[in-house]
Design a protein around this ligand. Structure first.
Ligand code: ADP
Ligand code: MG
Length: 627
């Protein structure tokens, strides 16, 4: 299914000429960098041989001299000793205000707001989440450059599927601070699916079960014609391997009758030991063996044997919670578990045999586990980076990602006019024409919103801007074209232009704060819950809008690239346009939809030809710049 096949004749794969392009998994607890070498994606180790970099940065008192900060393992080791200056889990702060960070008071460091954005107070001054992430990204960049002995051309960085514009922008800003050219941001579940080569396999629905250190994400993706569409995402932003550690630690303490509160360092030691035991248990057979939990509390040794069965019983409620989220996301996606073609396991915690067994039993199939679950996201990102950098020779696909929530503007009566529908493949550019509603109106206020509901009040406000200097005209005479452009990283810019006079205003949507995971989940849920009511009233309007859009898109495609078609192909498209134009004036939504569908189907081959041409031109342009 070579949708967007890239071939660059004469391109050399000589290692000295290939561009160093990497995939980076910027994780909440761990980060990794991977690259395709000799045709195989692999994670790059640090000088000490370890591939995992703890996503932890410790700031030192610069007044006392020294290098200023520690990153990764060193910082992690210092966390107990210097919790307030050691920043972990910074991903949860990206693109957020303090109030939007769940359990912000439980963090070991102090978070305050600065211009509506969460920042961290450290001994070395205030640090933004972008700066902290940039330290981690720069460390991985240097690792890649050392390992290839060459400069980095660019990176694909992964983000959770539910990340909104603000969080994606913050991630891009962090990369820029680290001096990294971002080839693209892609969704973590999409990267995992790519790592397993699902994009080259059969079309269908896939589930990505990602249980990490502190978060659980479940995503349902649909692969159609080389495009992964996020059908639904869910999970629990406060459920992960750490909770398994805590549950085990609490059980051991209870077994030993210890009820006195622990000191901070005892607590840290007990949790570290619980984690070690948990990981050791993953290597044991369900029915055999045990591990020894051993720590010091109150100057006394704390010893306890733990069997796999005991561990599973103690953590059963946590595992059950993940499965509740799985069932919910399937409901949201509107599919049954037997429709799922493959299940991909991601995240270190999916090494626990009980997770594999539970997930396998639920879906009635063995989940995919043969890739390292810590590495799979970085590996997929590396494959994508390699393709985007033009290194791959043999028909690798350029995968497209999709927009998670619809984008639109407010129109009369507080209604939302959706301009870019949810799940549109990106990059994308869509425009729609509006007009003034008062005679002599010289300014128009535009309100950009994100969400699935029909009322502005139910959606999220992204930005407001005003188009001024419209020449006075009768109501309805001005033609104002509002264009939405979403780049390959999912970032939005909106422009409004009065076509007669050419006056223009635009806004880049870099909102100062994002939505909390709960808010996004709630917005999606709301849209499912109320879809029925909203839908009927809206169906006809939408069908017409889609029809118009489809006609306009086809006309403009024909204007640009009609030479790709032979006369018979051209004639059959013209017939479909006429048929749709006629039916679109009627009141039968279903008929309009099916005529729109017919035109979409009838132009698929043409679209593929155009994409091919576009991409070849884009790459050709890039090569010129390089020379
Ligand atoms: P994140 O995506 O949140 O950065 P990871 O995917 O790296 O996190 O997962 C880290 C979690 O995986 C930790 O809780 C760790 O204890 C757990 N983990 C790693 N190896 C094992 C193992 N062998 N058995 C059970 N849990 C493991
Ligand atoms: Mg992860």
């Amino acid at each position: 299914m070579a949708l967007l096949q890239i071939s660059e004749p004469g391109q050399s794969l000589d290692p000295h000429q290939r561009r160093v392009a990497v995939g980076i998994d910027l994780g909440t607890t761990h980060s990794l960098v991977a690259a395709v070498r000799h045709g195989v994606a692999e994670c790059l180790p640090a000088a000490d041989g370890r591939v995992i970099l703890p996503s932890v940065v410790r700031y030192l008192d610069t007044a006392q001299g020294g290098s200023g900060r520690q990153i990764g393992h060193d910082a992690l080791a210092a966390q107990v000793q210097d919790p307030t200056n050691t920043v972990s889990s910074v991903k949860r702060l990206m693109g957020r205000s303090r109030a939007q960070v769940a359990d912000v008071d439980k963090l070991s460091y102090n978070v305050v707001d600065d211009q509506g954005m969460a920042v961290i107070e450290t001994v070395a001054g205030r640090k933004t989440p972008m700066e902290v992430s940039a330290e981690i990204l720069a460390t991985l960049r240097f690792r890649a450059e050392d390992s290839f002995d060459d400069e980095l051309f660019g990176a694909v960085i992964t983000v959770p599927a539910y990340f909104d514009d603000a969080q994606r922008q913050a991630t891009k800003d962090a990369a820029q601070l680290a001096g990294i050219n971002v080839l693209r941001l892609i969704n973590e579940p999409t990267a995992a699916a790519i790592a397993y080569g699902l994009d080259n396999g059969s079309e269908g629905v896939y589930a990505i079960y990602d249980l990490g250190g502190g978060t659980f994400d479940i995503s349902i993706l649909r692969l159609t014609r080389g495009v992964f569409e996020v059908m639904a995402t869910g999970g629990d932003s406060a459920l992960g391997g750490d909770d398994y550690d805590q549950a085990l630690a609490a059980w051991v303490l209870a077994q030993q009758g210890i009820s006195t509160p622990l000191t901070a360092s005892e607590r840290a030691a007990v949790h570290a030991e619980a984690r070690r035991c948990k990981e050791a248990l993953s290597g044991l057979d369900h029915n055999a063996g045990e591990v020894r939990f051993s720590a010091q509390v109150g100057g006394q040794p704390l010893e306890q044997c733990v069997t796999p069965a005991q561990f599973e019983a103690v953590t059963a409620a946590l595992t059950a919670r993940t499965m509740t989220a799985v069932r919910k996301v399937l409901r949201d996606a509107g599919i049954g578990k037997d429709e799922v073609k493959g299940v991909v396991m991601v995240g270190g915690s999916t090494r626990m045999p009980v997770i594999r067994r539970t997930v396998g039993a639920f879906f009635g199939q063995e989940p995919l586990t043969n890739l390292n679950p810590d590495e799979v996201v970085a590996l997929g990102a590396a494959i994508q980076a390699n393709a985007l950098a033009g290194n791959s020779r043999d028909g690798d696909l350029l995968l497209l990602d999709v927009i998670p929530l619809s984008l639109g503007i407010e129109t009369m009566g507080g209604l939302v006019e959706r301009i870019v529908p949810r799940n549109s493949p990106i990059p994308t550019a869509l425009a729609q024409d509006f007009t003034t509603y008062q005679d002599g109106q010289t300014a128009l206020a535009l309100h950009v919103v994100q969400g699935e509901r029909d009322l502005v009040a139910d959606c999220r406000s992204l930005a407001r801007f005003v188009l001024r200097g419209i020449p006075p005209m009768a109501a309805g005479a001005a033609r104002i074209r509002v264009s939405f452009t979403v780049d390959a990283d999912g970032l939005l810019s909106v422009a409004a232009k009065e076509l007669g006079s050419g006056v223009e205003a635009r806004v880049d949507v870099k909102p100062a704060y994002g939505l909390s995971d709960e808010q996004i989940a709630a917005m999606l849920k709301d849209s499912f819950a109320t879809a029925q009511q909203d839908m009927q009233a809206r169906a006809l309007v939408e069908a017409r809008v889609d029809a118009d859009r489809m006609i306009a898109a086809t006309r403009s495609a024909l204007a640009a690239d009609a030479d790709l078609l032979d006369p018979a192909e051209r004639a059959s498209i013209d017939v479909l346009i006429v048929a749709l134009t006629e039916v679109a004036t009627g009141a039968d939504a279903a008929a309009i939809e099916s005529a729109t569908e017919a035109l979409a189907k009838g132009t698929e081959a043409f679209a593929a030809l155009r994409m091919n041409r576009g991409i070849q031109q884009a790459l050709a342009g890039k090569r010129l710049e390089e020379v």
